[in-house]
Design a protein around this ligand. Structure first.
Ligand SMILES: Cc1cc2nc3c(=O)[nH]c(=O)nc-3n(C[C@H](O)[C@H](O)[C@H](O)COP(=O)(O)OP(=O)(O)OC[C@H]3O[C@@H](n4cnc5c(N)ncnc54)[C@H](O)[C@@H]3O)c2cc1C
Length: 498
């Protein structure tokens, strides 16, 4: 492939983006003089190819018909790990049988709407459980810090093949959006079924059902199933994870800070934001030797109630493809190392989520409510009660609470120091126009299911292939999808050669 790299102003870049075929696009907003880095596809003479050049975007996947396949395997969970495992099996000619405790994506949407209206949580159908897994109603960010896990570009191509926008093929920080994801997930399901695979919704798998080679891709919220697996003697251990809050600012403030807007030339500022989109950020610091960092930032997004358990409060973030809400939210978390067994780690996480729920209930006194405890950002940092709260995107409601007092000692004080450091780097970030909402507890799994590095098989149960985020091998949509692909490849090699 012949390419040409250009470093341009956002205004220049726009013209190239409209005319030519892009291979990569990234924005460098670290300096006032913002640059857009474009890589264009060219012919052998170095001439950029037009957007509609008759050159295939990528090799289309070759899925085999497995209606009468000799080999079949079970996949538990239809999140990114489970779905990409199923697609990999189709490529190898092995029939995937997916077991999913939640509902299909349309029915799931209705249950999610009820939580936002404080009509109660369905513990089997929510932001974490159901078709497409935890990534279905999300910002759909498709980047991963880990480049070692496999072919990330192929994951983007598959998302594109099933209907994701062209940007996923070239944006350095691609995202799909919660308005586009459900249709993509539905097309994946239709492909799996039309080629002979099966998907069983509303079906709770338990270790007692372990008869076939099984990809275990149950995400990080299925604590009930992990407890059963633990009791069955499946090898697992506690691992490092993260805990914190979601912070939300007015998006206009984040645009000002991240794009260095001065407000002196309003037209220039507005044009810049329209060319680059609402700004995001990625912040990281060290406090007392522990990482404090932003996680899953959602420009123009919403904070959402992401608990899968009753009497528990968990928040996360999502945004639509256009990222056009007036709010910018992000997880702000502290690196944690829960002590004891895997079960102790699960209990540690549950206790904090239950505390957050109890704190909100002190004010709303309605067990159906998904209201979340919140505090203005400066008040949180300086230990002051918030008498009122700013407008917030979180639909079920936020209620004032002293998060600075009740967050665990190894989380709250470190977060407060972290925010002070972020203020030093971005003057204006620490403002009472921003609010922290609790708790951001499921940014990563607190446990790991032990598996063989080469074969991906559980160290205790050779029929079991633990993978994805919940098993402790991924963090996010892309890395979970890659891990699902890798586990399925190993499973297929095993069944096809035995
Ligand atoms: C609101 C929100 C926003 C997010 N935003 C992003 C983002 O922008 N970018 C990003 O990279 N990541 C994001 N994430 C994280 C991302 O969604 C997860 O990392 C990813 O979905 C993990 O994939 P997985 O396949 O390992 O597990 P999951 O997606 O969690 O899927 C597990 C599936 O297993 C099913 N299941 C569980 N137990 C059982 C059982 N016993 N029997 C049958 N089925 C079972 C569940 O119902 C679920 O569908 C977000 C998460 C949330 C909640």
């Amino acid at each position: 492939m012949n390419t040409q790299q250009l470093i341009l102003t956002p205004w220049q870049a726009k013209r190239y983006e409209e005319q030519y075929r892009l291979v990569k696009r990234s924005v460098d907003a670290r300096q006032r003089d913002i640059k857009v880095l474009l890589t264009l596809l060219t012919d052998i003479h170095g001439n950029p190819l037009p957007k509609d050049a008759p050159v295939p975007l990528y090799d289309e996947p070759q899925f085999k018909d497995v209606h009468n396949a000799e080999h079949q395997a079970c996949i538990v969970g239809s999140g990114p790990a489970g779905l990409f495992a199923a697609l990999t099996m189709l490529e190898h000619g092995v029939k995937p049988i997916i077991i999913e405790r939640g509902k299909d994506v349309s029915a799931r949407k209705r249950d999610i709407a009820k939580v936002s209206k404080n009509e109660g949580l369905n513990a089997e159908s929510n932001y974490c459980f159901g078709e497409g897994g935890a990534g279905t109603f999300s910002d759909g960010k498709l980047f991963s810090r880990s480049k070692k896990r496999g072919n990330m570009q192929r994951v983007m191509e598959l998302f594109h093949y099933f209907g994701a926008p062209d940007t996923v093929l070239y944006e350095a920080h691609a995202h799909i959006g919660s308005d586009c994801l459900p249709a993509i997930i539905r097309r994946m399901r239709e492909c799996i079924i039309s080629h002979g695979g099966e998907i069983h919704f509303n079906t709770l798998w338990s270790p007692a059902d372990l008869a076939l080679p099984t990809i275990l891709a149950i995400g990080h919220s299925a604590h009930d199933t992990y407890r059963q697996l633990y009791n069955e003697g499946v090898a697992m251990e506690a691992k490092g994870c993260a805990m914190g809050v979601r912070v939300e600012h007015p998006q206009s403030l984040i645009n000002t800070l991240m794009y260095h807007l001065t407000g002196q030339d309003r037209q220039h500022d507005e044009q810049l934001v329209s060319l680059l989109g609402n700004a995001s950020y990625s912040l990281v610091t060290q406090v007392q030797g522990k990482g404090v960092y932003s996680f899953c930032m959602c420009p123009g997004g919403h904070i959402v109630p992401a608990s899968s358990d009753k009497e528990s409060c968990v928040v996360n973030g999502m945004s639509a493809n256009r990222r056009n809400s007036p709010y910018a939210n992000s997880g702000m978390v502290v690196e944690c190392h829960p002590q004891g067994t895997a079960l102790d780690a699960l209990t540690w996480q549950e206790n904090i989520e239950h505390t957050a729920w109890t704190e909100a209930q002190k004010i709303v006194v309605n067990p159906l409510s998904a209201a979340a405890p919140a505090q203005r950002l400066q008040d949180f940092v300086y230990g002051i009660r918030s008498e009122s709260l700013p407008a917030c995107s979180y639909l079920p409601d936020i209620v004032p609470s002293r998060l600075d007092k009740w967050l665990p000692k190894d989380v709250g004080p470190l977060l407060r120091q972290g925010f002070l450091d972020f203020e030093r780097k971005h003057k204006g970030f620490l403002t009472n126009d921003a609010v922290v909402v609790g708790v951001e507890s499921r940014s990563s799994s607190p446990i790991r299911l032990l598996r063989d590095k080469e074969t991906y098989r559980s160290l205790s149960h050779p029929l079991l292939y633990p993978c994805g985020e919940g098993a402790g091998y991924a963090g996010g949509i892309t890395s979970s999808a890659l891990d699902g692909q890798n586990a399925a490849t190993q499973l297929c090699l095993h069944v096809l050669n035995s």
